[in-house]
Design a protein around this ligand. Structure first.
Ligand code: AMP
Ligand code: FE
Ligand code: FE
Ligand code: ZN
Length: 286
């Protein structure tokens, strides 16, 4: 067997300002390197736009770069995030659906801005000012605009109040169902792994998880600060039974969240399994 060309520690879930992180991709890679990481993935929401910059920065720092994306899906009202490693970025089916989600995110942010502006001093331009050109727009950018206007202290406060799904301003975004999302990622040669699968909302229904596995789901991100112990326990059993991949990661968003690079990591064995399974794009070695 060939020796693996990467080494740990590995953190495979990091965000840049191509979505809702607060730093450009190269800066994210520098932060990861400062925290001692040797293998990293960039997983911006519904975009691969940061790959080239991140790969260049990561490899120049001696790290292995794994291309990724965090693909939005939805089960009924609940958002489900599918990490998509090593996808073919130009796969037509995946690209079409990703574009649809991104367009919906834009429409939805405008509608939310309209609703919020009835009660707070906030314009669409305030929100645009918080995004970099072409970035995947999300509630975090609305949060940043609310902070800039002095309506809330930070993103956390915005999400707990004005941006909360239970509130009057919330608008849902379009996203494919989780089985479709998994199939699209697998169809693009990618390795689909459910992000933070045991959060506050609990684990997805077992039947749905089985369908997702049948559609090509590769594993679960069991190491994540938002996961709850009970759900992790349930999913760890499923992973053992079905021989699935288990990852751990930080979900770093720069200053947008308290998460720090490397706070959870993925074992070398599991990184090797991801690399062996993904065929849509290749890791970039230093
Ligand atoms: P959206 O996809 O636009 O509905 O927004 C969800 C995004 O907001 C997720 O990707 C999270 O990274 C981010 N997010 C959710 N809750 C919080 C929070 N309390 N503080 C900061 N960011 C959050
Ligand atoms: Fe995010
Ligand atoms: Fe997520
Ligand atoms: Zn994430």
């Amino acid at each position: 067997m060939a020796l693996p060309r990467f080494s740990g520690p590995s953190d495979l879930h990091l965000h840049s300002d191509r979505s809702d992180g607060t730093q450009p991709p190269a800066e994210v890679m520098r932060a990861a390197h400062r925290h001692g990481l040797r293998t990293v993935a960039l997983t911006d929401h519904d975009t691969t736009a940061g790959w080239a910059e991140a790969a260049q920065a990561a490899t120049s720092l001696g790290m292995t770069f794994i291309p990724g994306m965090e693909f939005s899906a939805k089960h009924r009202w609940r958002s489900v995030h599918v990490l998509a490693y090593l996808i073919e970025p130009d796969d037509p089916a995946l690209r079409a659906e990703t574009s649809r989600v991104r367009r919906s995110r834009m429409d939805r942010a405008r509608t939310m801005a309209d609703r919020i502006s009835r009660d707070y001093d906030l314009t669409w331009d305030d929100i645009v000012a918080q995004t970099t050109d072409g970035a995947t727009v999300g509630r975090p950018h609305i949060a940043d605009a609310l902070v800039a206007k002095g309506h809330v202290r930070d993103r956390t406060e915005a999400f707990a109040g004005i941006l909360n799904p239970d509130g009057d301003y919330y608008v849902a975004l379009y996203a494919p169902d989780p089985v479709t999302a998994v199939a699209l990622v697998a169809g693009a040669g990618g390795v689909p792994i459910v992000a933070h699968p045991a959060g506050r909302a609990g684990v997805l229904p077992h039947d749905l998880l089985e369908e997702m596995i049948d559609a090509g789901l590769a594993g679960f991100e069991l190491g994540h600060r938002e996961n709850r112990a009970e759900g992790v326990h349930t999913l760890a059993r499923l992973c053992a039974q079905r021989d699935l991949i288990v990852t751990g990661s930080s979900d770093y968003h720069g200053a947008g969240k308290p998460n720090v690079p490397g706070e959870h990591t993925t074992s070398d064995e599991m990184v090797a399994r991801i690399l062996a399974r993904g065929t849509g794009s290749a890791p970039v070695h230093p």
